[in-house]
Design a binder for this molecule. Structure first.
Ligand code: ZN
Length: 353
């Protein structure tokens, strides 16, 4: 008997562009820290995904470790303050530049892609397909000039907010337990941003938006609703996860959710505990498939941005996740949809090509 071949995984979210300089490692060398680099990606059958261009708050201003307080049932992290615009522009462009340099140095092993057919071609040829994703649009000003330029440079995906407020809207805080209904929705400028993304064909990621912001986007756009790296609130009660009503709206729009591997968004106790079995990821896949159908679920690892189950380890552990899904009863066609097929369908619809 030969082992069943795994389909390549196209993934909803990673933070490798942020993590490489912080950990002083190269994308081209096999690391012992972090989750994602080229050797480990090839080993794990990682076909590509969304590469976040994220602008962090300066550490002296805000850090998760300093902002966390523990409560009786869980934790509460006070939200990051608004980000200085000049700093946001520099960090966002630095991350995008890093991705373009990786593309050049990769000698054809990684390609920055701008269409669904390019992704498909990359998956067939074993080339890593990278979609630049702006996570938190602080680098974009009220006139949206930067969006125009970033689009022309290859930007095809954008989250209006990270888990903090900006001129477009309000992100959800990290806490447990907690509802995603944490405050007001999009601003007028936020609405303008969503309409402009629709005109250009830039995918809007709902993952860090609060619930009112989510419904605001749903009311404006005619594109599929997408959360690139979020889980089911019914199974893990954190504002970063989606309620069943939100999942229903995503299904009805023809959209999808990338299931996040962050243990804090998987576990029913919300704990940041690396000793969490891979089957916790499967549990969220199951819930979403039951609620929305297998056409509306994918993966959104959050590699290099979160604590993932030790049993998975890093990107080279993806085959173990696919094995667990197979054991759970997902057949080859369903696995292909979960691994990349649904992303391809949604992106074709969103990007119009
Ligand atoms: Zn994120």
């Amino acid at each position: 008997m030969t082992e069943p071949a795994n389909p390549p995984v196209f993934d909803g979210h990673n933070d490798v562009l942020l993590r490489l300089p912080l950990q002083g490692r190269s994308f081209f060398e096999r690391g012992t820290r972090g989750h994602l680099d080229l050797p480990r990606a090839l080993e794990g059958g990682f076909g590509g995904g969304f590469f976040a261009c994220y602008a962090p708050n300066p550490r002296k201003e805000w850090s998760e470790e300093a902002a966390i307080s523990y409560t009786e049932q869980g934790y509460d992290i006070s939200p990051a303050p608004r980000l200085d615009t000049g700093r946001a522009v520099r960090s966002t462009l630095a991350a995008a530049a890093r991705l373009f340099r990786i593309e050049t140095e990769s000698e054809g092993k990684l390609k920055v892609v701008r269409s669904a057919s390019e992704i498909e071609e990359c998956l067939e040829r074993g080339v890593i397909a990278a979609v630049p994703h702006v996570e938190g649009a602080e680098a974009i000003g009220e006139e949206l000039d930067e969006l125009e330029v970033l689009y022309r440079a290859g930007l095809r995906s954008l989250g209006p907010v990270w888990s903090r407020s900006n001129i477009f809207g309000h992100g959800v805080p990290f806490r447990f337990p907690g509802s995603p209904d944490t405050g007001p929705g999009l601003t007028e400028t936020g609405r303008k941003l969503i309409r402009e993304c629709g005109r250009l064909g830039v995918m809007v990621d709902l993952s860090h938006l609060n619930e009112r912001g989510f419904w605001d986007v749903a009311g404006i756009t005619d594109r599929p609703l997408v959360a690139t790296h979020s889980n089911a609130h019914a199974l893990c009660d954190t504002p970063r996860n989606l309620t069943d009503r939100q999942l229903d709206a995503i299904r009805d729009s023809g959209g999808m959710v990338g299931v996040n591997f962050a243990v804090a968004f998987l576990r029913s106790d919300g704990r940041q505990e690396p000793d969490t079995p891979i089957t916790e990821i499967v549990r969220h896949v199951d819930h979403m498939v039951e609620r929305m159908g297998v056409d509306h679920v994918g993966l959104g690892s959050d590699f290099d941005g979160a604590t993932v189950p030790r049993e998975l380890g890093d990107v080279s552990g993806l085959p173990r996740l696919l094995d667990r899904l197979r054991e759970r009863g997902y057949g080859p066609e369903e696995l292909r949809k979960l691994a990349s097929g649904n992303w391809l369908r949604v992106l074709r619809k969103t990007w119009g090509e």
